[in-house]
Design a protein. Structure first.
Length: 111
């Protein structure tokens, strides 16, 4: 499997800390979440800390954060399988419908 290139050299722990501490405007939150997702997609999330962080973001108040986390969770087969009930619940919530329409449209354009 070819690894997806990352934009930073921060460890997963550092990325999560940057996100949780609002990272002093060093990076946009969307970039940090994307980096966490890439770590997971590349198979470098050995203790599943990144996966847990992505799951927690499904409840974030920011639509962009929820969308990015959701996309990674459904695109990594192992995570999608492990968390199918959570993904189904997320999809069923009325407040997520417009976000899911946007995500589905975006994912369909890429294929």
């Amino acid at each position: 499997m070819q690894k997806i290139p990352r934009r930073t050299n921060h460890s997963l722990e550092e990325l999560i800390n940057l996100f949780n501490n609002n990272n002093s405007n060093q990076y946009p939150s969307s970039m940090i979440i994307n980096e966490i997702g890439i770590v997971c997609k590349n198979g470098d999330d050995k203790d599943r800390a990144g996966e847990k962080h992505l799951l927690s973001l499904l409840n974030d108040k920011n639509d962009n954060n929820r969308a990015i986390a959701f996309c990674y969770l459904v695109s990594i087969n192992e995570m999608a399988d492990r968390h199918s009930a959570i993904i189904t619940e997320f999809r069923s919530k009325k407040e997520n419908q417009s976000l899911l329409e946007f995500i589905d449209k975006h994912l369909n354009e890429e294929q």
